[in-house]
Design a protein around this ligand. Structure first.
Ligand code: NDP
Ligand code: GUE
Length: 322
């Protein structure tokens, strides 16, 4: 089933049916909501089954170690969510919380300990690190067999090469592609645009789309006339960090939108004083796109589900369990 194709047909039928199309007919063309929260729950259930099968047959419990440096509130929230998610599927979680003024050497020591710890199958260093640390040094120190974030340069290099396979695919881009697959969106031969080129989201997302045989454009802060490029896309992955940047008028009718952005904006009516919005203006996009992920409840929960999946894959590989 091809959401893009069927939607375009429906849209065009509406669009060309006459000059007197009513406002309600336009509103009827509302995008399908891609429910990342529900899909993530399904995936967690699948992982839980595998984790207990492995525990019973091989006596192995997958373990994930998370290193958090400093006390950024958002990082602390994400780490707490990851820990909770581990518990729901039966994965062991270990956590070390180092003070903001720790040295790089202390972080490296903890990584070395987890590298050698046979109960740990995945190591995640929560980003961003404090500015006095060299992120490259730290990420390079994670043993590639335990690099469940997929951030090691050898993993990224393999992801970029034809005929090579990375040990781990980065969680957020993997979650984006998983959503497209589970919603029956065909990628092969489609025009895809990735907005953003960061090492952790945009760049690996573009590589994955290319591996799936999409024709990929990458839009970044130096792109001239980004709207023109975005308007050609059948599939848009937005990972910019700019609230509501992508407007409805930039979107090709029937496009599928994966909104990775998680941006806090002031909201006096919320008890927290802020709310989360994506990089895409949802209210406008929902009228033009054929399918769209909401924020929250879209890519975010998928990122965590993919982290659990990578940890399970790692434990299976280390223990040669099939
Ligand atoms: N849902 C999830 O699980 C996750 C969500 N996120 C969210 O995704 C968003 C992006 O994160 P991340 O990739 O880490 O962010 P970065 O800040 O590392 O990268 C942002 C990218 O967007 C580009 N960019 C910035 N402004 C513009 C603009 N006006 N027009 C076009 N491109 C622009 C930058 O271009 P240039 O390279 O030229 O500087 C850069 O490549 C954030 O909102 C973040 O919170 C992040 C990780 C996981
Ligand atoms: N080494 C490393 N790996 C990461 O994967 C990593 C990281 N560092 N640093 C920060 C980003 C961000 N990130 C998110 C994960 C889940 C949600 C998530 O679950 N969001 C919920 C909302 C959460 C809320 O309400 O606060 C949602 O979108 O529905 C969001 C963001 C992982 N990251």
């Amino acid at each position: 089933f091809d959401i893009v194709g069927s939607y375009v047909a429906r849209y065009n039928a509406n669009f060309f049916s006459g000059a007197y199309m009513s406002a309600s007919a336009t509103e009827a063309s509302s995008a399908k909501v891609i429910d990342g929260k529900t899909v993530a729950k399904q995936i967690r259930d699948e992982i839980a089954v595998e984790v207990s099968r492995m525990r019973e047959a091989a006596g192995v419990i997958p373990g994930l170690a998370v290193i958090l440096v400093g006390d950024r509130k958002d990082s602390a929230t994400y780490v707490r969510n990851k820990k909770k998610a581990c518990e729901t599927v039966g994965i062991n979680s270990l956590e070390v919380n180092l003070p903001e003024d720790s040295t790089e050497e202390e972080v490296l020591n903890h990584i070395a300990g987890y590298n050698d710890d046979p109960s740990v199958h995945g190591i995640l260093v929560q980003l961003p690190l404090p500015s006095h640390m060299n992120e490259q040094n730290v990420l390079n120190a994670v043993r590639i067999e335990k690099d469940v974030d997929g951030f090691h340069p050898l993993n990224i290099g393999r992801l970029a090469m034809r005929g090579r396979e990375p040990l781990f695919v980065p969680c957020t881009p993997k979650g984006c592609i998983e959503l497209l697959h589970r919603y029956g969106v065909s990628i092969k031969g489609k025009r895809a645009v990735v907005i953003g080129r960061s090492n952790i989201v945009g760049m690996p997302a573009a590589l994955l789309l290319q591996r799936e045989d999409a024709t990929v454009s990458i839009v970044h802060s130096r792109t001239t006339n980004p709207e023109e490029i975005i308007r050609q896309a059948d599939i848009i992955i937005a990972a910019v960090g700019q609230p509501n940047m992508v407007k409805g008028s930039w979107i090709k009718p029937g496009a599928v939108i994966i909104d990775v952005g998680i941006n806090p904006v002031d909201d006096p009516s919320s008890s927290r004083g802020y709310k989360l919005v994506g990089d895409v203006c949802y209210e406008e996009a929902v009228k033009v796109a054929s399918a769209i992920t909401p924020v929250p409840g879209g890519v975010g929960p998928m990122t965590i589900a993919m982290l659990l999946q990578n940890t399970l894959i790692s434990a299976k590989r280390i223990h040669s369990f099939e």
